[in-house]
Design a protein around this ligand. Structure first.
Ligand code: RIB
Length: 295
């Protein structure tokens, strides 16, 4: 069984600010830093740091050298990642004094996937292999259809939630990993039980992991619900906390852990990530997570 993560790679330009800037306001930032990020890349690095061999597919621009280096350093297989001679995906992120963020995303090469490239990547994968997706690349509908035809188990983190998802046949998704806001956008409800019931009615063949911010996370497969609290920490930067959760949950499940154990490991990993600055540099290793779970 192989694991493919087909997704975005971004250079994150992170500005430390007192508060998130309001419309019409100009504020001074106290620090600017550049980190590797992108929901796809963050999740691949989380999987690799959690000990799962993962192949990443996606496109970087001429400014993407640092993203490829980050993959190599963490052991992510980048055989399929291509570089195009244009500007790559990048972000402007504000992080306030409470560690909360807001993100402006420029798609760049992440929005330049072609059907030929997707077919070429998927040729190496088949029945029973996992495909992990987010919504930061174009042709997501085509990737889902072709991967489903090949018998892959598709895990979708529908983030950022936008109209591109309407074009996707989401009945082909094996597991949704989403937060409560995305849950509300899918179902029109802000109540966690109602969200899960409506999702299960809409996608009866899927299972769901719904993260609930400070209320933890819940897994539901239409029959059983499994809850997990958060591990409280002082937040420094919440960027990539959700991606770390996804990577460690999937790595634990792939490694044979129960849903309960996988949720606990993922919650601990993301609590470590929020206590550190940056996207990929904040992601812990599985050894760190296990050590911290002993406390
Ligand atoms: O989920 C966090 C990521 O979202 C950041 O690294 C940024 O690149 C955006 O894609």
């Amino acid at each position: 069984m192989k694991v493919l993560n087909y997704g975005s790679l971004n250079v994150d330009n992170v500005y430390s600010v007192h508060h998130i800037v309001r419309g019409g306001e100009t504020i001074l930032s106290s620090k600017v830093e550049q980190f590797c990020g992108g929901k796809g890349l963050n999740q691949s690095i989380a999987l690799a740091k959690a000990g799962v061999p993962v192949c990443h597919a996606g496109l970087v621009g001429e400014d993407g050298g640092m993203l490829l280096d980050a993959c190599r350093e963490s052991g992510v297989d980048i055989t399929h990642v291509k570089t195009l001679p244009v500007k790559g995906g990048h972000t402007i992120i504000q992080v306030d004094e409470k560690g909360q963020n807001c993100i402006i995303l420029y798609g760049g090469t992440n929005q330049m996937q072609t059907k030929e490239y997707i077919d070429q990547v998927l040729e190496d994968f088949g029945e029973g292999d996992y495909l992990i997706l987010q919504n930061e690349v174009n042709l997501l509908d085509y990737i889902i259809d072709r991967a489903y035809d090949r018998g892959m188990k598709i895990v979708l983190n529908p983030s950022p939630f936008d109209e591109k998802l309407d074009a996707c046949d989401l009945t082909k998704i094996y597991l949704f990993m989403l937060n409560e806001i995305e849950g509300e956008q899918f179902t029109g409800s802000s109540d966690k039980d109602e969200i899960l019931d409506r999702l299960a009615a809409k996608f009866p063949n899927a299972r769901f992991v719904l993260t609930l911010g400070s209320d933890g996370a819940v897994y539901y497969d239409g029959k059983e619900k499994v809850f997990q609290d958060i591990f409280k920490v002082k937040a420094v930067d919440t960027t990539a906390a959700g991606d770390t959760f996804t990577g460690f949950f999937m790595a634990s499940i792939i490694g044979g852990a129960s849903v309960k154990e996988a949720l606990r490991t993922a919650a601990k990993a993301s609590s470590i990530a929020v206590s550190r600055p940056g996207a990929t540099p904040s992601i812990p290793t599985m050894d760190e997570v296990r050590e911290s779970l002993k406390d």
